[in-house]
Design a protein around this ligand. Sequence first.
Ligand code: HEM
Length: 488
Amino acid sequence: MAFFFFFVLVCILILLAIASYVRFARRRKEKGQGHGGYGGLKLPPGSMGWPYLGETLQLYSQDPNIFFTSKQKRYGEIFKTHLLGCPCVMLASPEAARFVLVTQAHLFKPTYPRSKERMIGPSALFFHQGDYHLRLRKLVQGALGPDALRALVPEVEATVRSTLAAWDGRVMSTFHAMKRLSFDVGIVTIFGGGLPPRWKAELRKNYSIVEKGYNSFPNSLPGTLYYKAMQARRRLHGVLSDIMRERRERGEPGSDLLGCLMQSRADDGVAPLLTDEQIADNIIGVLFAAQDTTASVLTWIVKYLHDQPKLLEAVRQEQAAVREATDGGRRPLTWAHTRSMALTHRVILESLRMASIISFTFREAVADVEYKGFLIPKGWKVMPLFRNIHHNPDYFQDPHKFDPSRFQVAPRPNTFLPFGNGVHACPGNELAKLEMLVLIHHLVTGYRWEIVGSRDEVEYSPFPVPKHGLPVRLWRENRTVDRTPPCE
Ligand code: HEM
């Protein structure tokens, strides 16, 4: 009997699926989404998969990069698909990425799920376009520009030193250690060096709860990860309001990122440009944009250097010369020292290319757009595929080989986009690179390390990192290794 009901249920589901597919195909034809609609323009080649589901299952049942690469092989550099309930056009050529992100950027707006916007803060700059975005961007870029970074070198160096000292003699997940480092660097960038420890601890605690809920199902029932994350977000906002109030009472807004946002003025030069709510959203947004991105790339750098002893030796020699210039590490590193690390800089660029931790970005077409004879319909998601471009042998010979020397010559325009391009390109790219240079300097001149366990598998958290965050045993140079079992 139970089998009979099960059989009937399966038949009904199959009939429903066929009926909805027929409806979906008819609607698509009526809308001109087949051939010949929209004034004769056709959609890019590709497949839309099942009704509603699209090709989401195919994407998530394998390495996402294999999904994108096999599509590109089959359909070329522009193709359509249907993911997470949205029709999408994917673009895998440098010209197309430039078209969407730079020359026709006004036709493609940033797009994020509403639940993620609520969690980061709806006023954060990456959700916006136009005047508000431009003004905010200027402020953020100013606080992350060369002058500000020059002054930050001692703070970054102190943070790197204490991260490595805490790791010394232990096995730790590299990603975990690098997340702590990039969070701490984010904090000094935003609040300067003098943030009281209790506020820093509150920010760290609540931010880590927000993070855990970021990729969870957006369910506001008490007890769920999403609910807890939204509560923690409220508390973060409370801490930020306290910090701003305290600065105002002291009459010293500060020259760090928070200070720049607090002192910004509207066109009349008097009224504040931003409300405290808008400032808080942007502070949380910058912390969010800065942490996992930088930590993932740093983790890959530790692996790439470990896996290539000859290259590591060459980097060590370059850094030994810098160490001599700092009197064997007795004097602090300066901005000028960081500008003299040519090979190390190339290792960073090659790590950014190889790992391509941001494989693509999302935009949404705000009008019907024609690109190379194809139609990108209004409302469709548009995804420039950075990783496909970085791994295309037409632009990077032997793309799966880790070869920093390829950056002795500048890459062709729009072929190297680890930090995006155009109006939304990453304003934190120089800070991220500074952090990497300083970390590599202290790592290779002061320490030795070995990878513990598997090293070739990849996990997504959400960016790709080596499995388990790359567990590594690290010890100070000239010290015998203590091989007691891992602490972490
Ligand atoms: C290796 C580290 C990093 C990588 C690979 C990275 C990559 C990116 C990319 C690709 C974008 C553009 C996204 C798009 O166009 O949709 C972006 C935007 C952004 N990044 Fe980064 N980023 C890194 C580190 C940082 C750091 C350290 C900060 C801040 C301290 C930061 C702050 C931002 C902000 C605020 C935006 C939004 C800009 C806008 O919408 O105008 N990023 N990042």
